[in-house]
Design a protein around this ligand. Structure first.
Ligand code: FAD
Length: 631
């Protein structure tokens, strides 16, 4: 018989990035016994890698900033496909969440008069990103961990044990959610080191597992981002939305090949860095789309004046939203104006003093020095697009984070959830998203657990099935090698479902994903259960596959270009498609896609935009409704 370690909790949080930690803190503050589970070492989530900062309309650097302006920027960035209620809550609550972090001990960089400093970033009208140099995520995670330790110390005094009400299980991967009917009853997984199984019985689970980038070869994401939470949600009856929208960050390293994809923070551009092609031309002026023309400078002189006089000049086009910049770089390289390594130049050396570069961008300075032997205070960087962030994710109730679909007791927050960012996320809006919706999901998971009259029970058969699925790759003597399968998947997604998409290629991708699905069903891992990365990848693959299918299917279905979804055969944005969310669900094993109308923006929110702007996004029918409202 297989040994399984059992635990009982009120709330289980899967993921220890910003969203997971903030959710766990809230559940514990509500008095719930809470577990935090992380696949990697505690503290080593993507959140820690976030460089630029957290967007919050505190108005510290420009007092004209407020939640309405932030809301507008977020909706524009997402090309009006965002869940408006999430964008509203996010814009309203981010400042409180940042100030609250300071009460937990965070120390952000300051303005001269001692307020939290805020920096410029793409798509944000005013300087808005609270930051700590270019290591903001590190401070965020450090602070949340410190808060958890302080709560554990309280519990030690009260109950005699640090772990009484909040405990961290690191290097532990969850492979299944267990259901009692349509209710969450627990989660099943294994310790990565020993390979031993572990079972959490809990009525409420918060998914905070982050992104899906490892299905692409060139990515800023680290090894654990295989879309586990997305897949766990699907398999438990929840739904995903917006899966066609992936953010390719415009500036990843392109050289040397071993580090291709590693992120070069947008702060380089926020702080004055400019993009040039191999002719030395600052090419972004040629790529300002109509919808943004009013807000962006037309000449280099105006763009350069903006850094010191933003009230009387328009922004440099290097600070357009990421999807626009990534596509522009892609075009420059494709048309033969790229660098030797196949990127473009990002130049800060000729624009700022060496001392200032080292002070404002210390991590970037070291990253290029150590990995590429490039001194960014003297030479330009070579950069190109890299798969960075998934806008799509678990469809949730905007106020509570409760997953839509048939399942109850499941919540999601952070990158694994969908809706907040629409078709494209603005830089800096993730860190604030984690705090705002992490807190909400943790709080509502606690409330849900409180309101139950009877706790759900974990069915024995579900546990047996979970064990069987987990052990299967080890028990097949012959079968496919997981590393080969991952490589093949990355080729399909990178080549056929990448930054620019076409109907024929997407259909081809779906055929190949179906073949891969059969091969993944026969994957085998050599060796035993003790620290066996091949086995771990074998288990991750089925998650990567089902999530990739959702992305490819939705990308084929959406016949327009918007944000992180570019169709060469449908190059324009189509107002008809703005009203549609593509919802992904599992029907048995098969991915099913349905159309769902977007929720309507409330009148006082839609009234924040002028008609001329709305007419670029809305259908005539919607505009008529708007006119009726404002008469
Ligand atoms: P993450 O921080 O990604 O954490 C996910 C957690 O889930 C991890 O602990 C992981 O181990 C765990 N997990 C996953 N699967 C399982 C499983 N099966 N079982 C158990 N645990 C699991 N955003 C900004 O707003 N500003 C920035 O400046 C910025 N810079 C970035 C720089 C880089 C290099 C990258 C990669 C991203 C950046 N982002 C930035 C994006 C942002 O960091 C992420 O979107 C965000 O941190 C995601 O947070 P999260 O809490 O949702 O998940």
């Amino acid at each position: 018989e297989t040994r399984i370690e059992r635990h009982h909790y009120d709330v289980v949080v899967i993921g220890a990035g910003g969203a997971g930690l903030r959710a766990a803190i809230e559940a514990r503050l509500a008095g719930k016994k809470t577990a935090i589970i992380s696949k990697s070492l505690f503290g080593k989530a993507h959140t820690v890698m976030a460089e630029g900062g957290a967007a919050a309309a505190m108005g510290n650097v420009n007092s004209r900033d407020n939640w309405q302006v932030h809301f507008r920027d977020t909706m524009r960035g997402g090309k009006f496909l965002n869940n408006f209620r999430m964008a509203e809550l996010h814009a309203k609550e981010s400042p409180q969440r940042i100030w609250e972090l300071e009460t937990y001990g965070a120390l952000f960089d300051r303005t001269k008069d001692g307020k939290i400093s805020q920096r410029n970033f793409g798509g944000h009208e005013y300087p808005r990103l609270a930051h700590v140099g270019d290591r903001t995520g590190l401070e965020l995670i450090r602070t949340l961990q410190q808060k958890i330790v302080s709560l554990q110390q309280e519990d030690k005094r009260e109950f005699g044990s640090y772990d009484a009400r909040i405990r961290v299980f690191s290097e532990t991967t969850i492979t299944e959610l267990l259901l009692d009917g349509d209710r969450v009853a627990g989660a099943f997984g294994y310790y990565r080191e020993s390979g031993e199984f572990i079972l959490f019985e809990a009525p409420a689970v918060v998914l905070a597992t982050g992104g899906v980038g490892r299905s692409y070869k060139v990515t800023s994401n680290s090894w654990e981002y295989t879309g586990d939470g997305h897949a766990l949600a699907l398999r438990s009856g929840a739904t995903l939305i917006n899966m066609e929208f992936l953010q390719f960050h415009p500036t990843g390293m392109v050289w040397p090949p071993s580090v291709k994809g590693i992120l070069v923070t947008e702060s380089v551009r926020g702080d004055g860095g400019v993009l040039k092609n191999s002719d030395g031309k600052r090419f972004m002026f040629d790529y300002v789309p109509d919808v943004f023309r009013k807000q962006y400078a037309e000449t280099e002189e105006e763009a350069d004046r903006w850094y010191t006089d933003p009230d009387n000049n328009r922004r440099p086009p290097e600070l357009l939203p990421r999807d626009e910049v990534a596509r522009a770089i892609n075009t420059e390289v494709k048309e033969g104006r790229g660098t030797p390594a196949g990127g473009v130049y990002l130049d800060i050396a000729s624009r700022k003093s060496a001392e200032e570069i080292r002070r404002r961008l210390p991590s970037m300075y070291h990253q290029f020095k150590e990995l590429a032997d490039v001194d960014i205070t003297k030479e330009p960087m070579e950069v190109g697009p890299t798969c960075h962030y998934v806008m799509g994710g678990v469809e949730v109730d905007p106020d509570t984070g409760a997953a839509a679909g048939t399942v109850r007791g499941l919540f999601a927050a952070g990158e694994v959830s969908g809706g907040m960012h629409g078709s494209n996320r603005l830089g800096g809006n993730s860190l604030s998203d984690l705090l705002v919706f992490g807190k909400r999901a943790g709080g509502h998971a606690a409330t849900y657990a409180d309101q139950l009259t009877a706790r759900p029970a974990v069915p024995v058969a579900a546990v047996e099935a979970a064990v069987e699925t987990a052990l299967a790759p080890l028990q097949r003597d012959t079968g496919e090698n997981p590393y080969q399968l991952q490589q093949d998947l990355q080729v399909v997604m990178g080549d056929l479902v990448g930054i620019i998409r076409r109907e024929g290629e997407l259909a081809d991708a779906l055929g190949r994903l179906a073949e891969l699905r059969e091969r993944v069903a026969k994957v085998s891992a050599v060796g035993g259960r003790r620290y066996n990365p091949g086995w771990h990848l074998a288990l991750d693959l089925r998650n990567m596959l089902v999530v990739s299918e959702c992305t490819a299917k939705a990308a084929l279905e959406r016949q327009e270009s918007r944000g992180g979804h570019t169709r060469e055969d449908y190059p324009a944005m189509d107002p008809k498609w703005r009203r549609v969310n593509l919802v992904c669900a599992l029907d048995g094993d098969a991915v099913r896609l349905t159309h769902k109308p977007l929720p309507r923006m409330r009148p006082e929110l839609i009234g924040l935009f002028d008609r001329a702007e709305l007419s670029k996004y809305l259908t005539d029918e919607e505009l008529a409704e708007f006119d009726a409202l404002t008469e």
